[in-house]
Design a protein around this ligand. Structure first.
Ligand SMILES: NC(=O)C1=CN([C@@H]2O[C@H](COP(=O)(O)OP(=O)(O)OC[C@H]3O[C@@H](n4cnc5c(N)ncnc54)[C@H](O)[C@@H]3O)[C@@H](O)[C@H]2O)C=CC1
Ligand SMILES: O=C(O)CCC(=O)C(=O)O
Length: 470
């Protein structure tokens, strides 16, 4: 059942539309339309379409954390949404307070949106991860709440691949140590155990967007490339896929990880894997901090087995920038690691370039806006992907129904029974696991019918969430 507050909200937005002359048939200067000219669209529209106006966009509250790029802020401001912006992530208690009444939240890799936090989000419609990784969000729980989650699957891939190339040469030439020495006045002109990368073997674990991009760059430097992945993937250039992780470890001079954080990739490289590597080889990790067992890596470096490492990600990362943030308090092995030779440490900046952040800002903000304004879930990582073409500019008395429900038999029959009092212009439904999502445009709907449709849909047994756009 709809709560009195929900019904009230619906009535208010409906009333506002009427009061503002914003009848369902009105064609306004639509955020959606102004958007369409400037962004790549996955659902192509051959002509201008009607702006859907489910709400006063000024009512939409967006919380942006972790210094999300200004390109996103501009897009949301352009929609008239209310944007609250924070440069850092928020402490848990504060996040719980803030998330209670926002419709959308934008985060990067630091903010954890666990069930504990998400269950306080009473109005949340959508989450934007302004990055590639989505392991920081409880995706299943979000879907069960009817909250779609979007990310940017490859806008920062090139930036990460370039960082890793820089790290390969930096490790091979011990540049980090030479630079630190010079900063403290020490001239140490040595060539011992400094190498060219030409002719060496790079072992890439995870040959997805980043791993494959890196493969191409490494070959341009004259490196041989091997890769290991849980799926069979076409090799680029002359790279070769190997069938076991051990084979990759045995044969590579540099081993670099580009896998997601999952239960299977936790401590993917630990003591036995370091033991299997070539003597004097190097380890790079710019994926997630859980993928490498850092205490075991420390031991392997101390034993002289591993000649150096470059790490961009850590099991625990500070919530914000600042001196003293990266310490033993955060990760107990910290002092030991920083005291070792040829260790390059960066503060999770693999994707932190102007190009990547700007592109991510546009891509994710666009996805969120299309979901909020039109219901289009294409590109979501936890939701069935559904889109409908827009409504004709001159179409009147039309309502778009967005109905998320549990994926059980009989639901569509019930829903279409309700909708069939009107004309169903078009509809599309898809499911993913337990969650299904229906979009339908129905015409011959008078303003007085809207609340009735909402109430009837709201009373259906397997409903998760409903939105009506008109
Ligand atoms: N340091 C940074 O700033 C950044 C870090 N990342 C991290 O890098 C990771 C990889 O990114 P993409 O290449 O875009 O992901 P992707 O999804 O395109 O590729 C990941 C690959 O890993 C493979 N894989 C999964 N489990 C595996 C396992 N157990 N063993 C071997 N292969 C496995 C997959 O089959 C896939 O081919 C992301 O999940 C993210 O956590 C991404 C961007 C920036
Ligand atoms: O830029 C960030 O905050 C996170 C980058 C990252 O790790 C990702 O895209 O998965």
């Amino acid at each position: 059942m709809a709560t009195p507050q929900q019904i009230n909200n619906l009535q208010n937005s409906f009333q506002r539309a009427v009061n503002m002359g914003g009848s369902p048939g009105e064609v306004s200067t639509s955020p959606t339309q102004s958007f369409m000219s400037s962004i790549p669209r996955r659902v192509s529209l051959s002509k201008q379409t009607k702006a859907l106006k489910p709400f006063s966009t000024g009512d939409i509250k967006i919380l942006l954390l972790e210094n999300v790029n200004q390109t996103a802020v501009e897009i949301f401001n352009g929609q008239g949404y209310q944007v609250e912006y924070h440069k850092a992530s928020l402490p848990e208690e504060e996040l719980i307070e803030k998330i209670k009444d926002v419709h959308a939240i934008g985060i990067r890799s630091k903010t954890r949106l666990s069930e504990k936090i998400l269950k306080h989000a009473k109005n949340l419609v959508v989450v934007g991860c302004f990055c590639i990784g989505t392991n920081q969000v409880d995706l299943d729980y979000a879907a069960k709440m009817g909250v779609a989650v979007f990310n940017s699957p490859f806008s920062n891939s090139r930036s990460v691949a370039e960082l890793v190339i820089a790290e390969i040469i930096t490790l091979a030439r011990q540049l980090g140590d030479r630079s630190i020495e010079m900063h403290t006045g020490t001239w140490n002109k040595v060539s011992k155990k400094c190498w060219e990368v030409r002719g060496k073997t790079l072992g890439i674990i995870g040959y997805g967007h980043i791993g494959s991009q890196l493969s191409v760059l490494a070959e341009a430097f004259g490196m041989h490339v091997l890769y290991y992945d849980v799926i069979t993937i076409m090799a680029l250039g002359t790279a070769k896929q190997v069938s076991t992780l051990d084979e990759l470890l045995n044969k590579s001079d540099f081993v670099t990880c580009h896998v997601p954080a999952t239960a299977e990739t936790k401590n993917l490289l630990s003591a036995p894997q370091f033991a299997a590597m070539k003597d004097g080889s190097y380890v790079i990790n710019a994926s997630r901090g859980t993928v490498i067992d850092i205490p075991a890596l420390v031991q392997a470096i101390k034993a002289g087995k591993i000649a150096g490492t470059a790490l961009d990600v850590y099991p625990n990362e500070p919530a914000k920038n600042g001196a003293g943030a990266f310490s033993d308090e955060l990760n107990s092995w910290n002092s030991e690691l920083v005291s070792l030779p040829n260790v390059i440490l960066t503060p999770h900046i693999g994707g932190s370039t102007e190009e990547a952040q700007s592109a991510i800002g546009i891509e994710v903000a666009t996805g969120l806006t299309k979901y909020i304004n039109e219901g289009c879930s294409v590109g979501s990582v936890n939701f069935p992907e559904v889109a409908l073409r827009g409504l004709d500019l001159d179409q009147e008395n039309v309502v778009r129904v967005l109905y998320t429900h549990h994926n059980v038999p009989g639901v569509l029959k019930t829903v279409n029974n309700i909708l069939s009092n009107h004309n169903i212009e078009k509809q599309f439904s898809d499911s993913q696991g337990d969650i299904a999502y229906l979009m339908a445009d129905i015409s011959s709907v008078n303003q007085s019918d809207i609340k009735d449709i909402y109430d009837q849909l709201n009373a259906t047994e397997y409903k998760i969430s409903i939105r009506l756009l008109y």
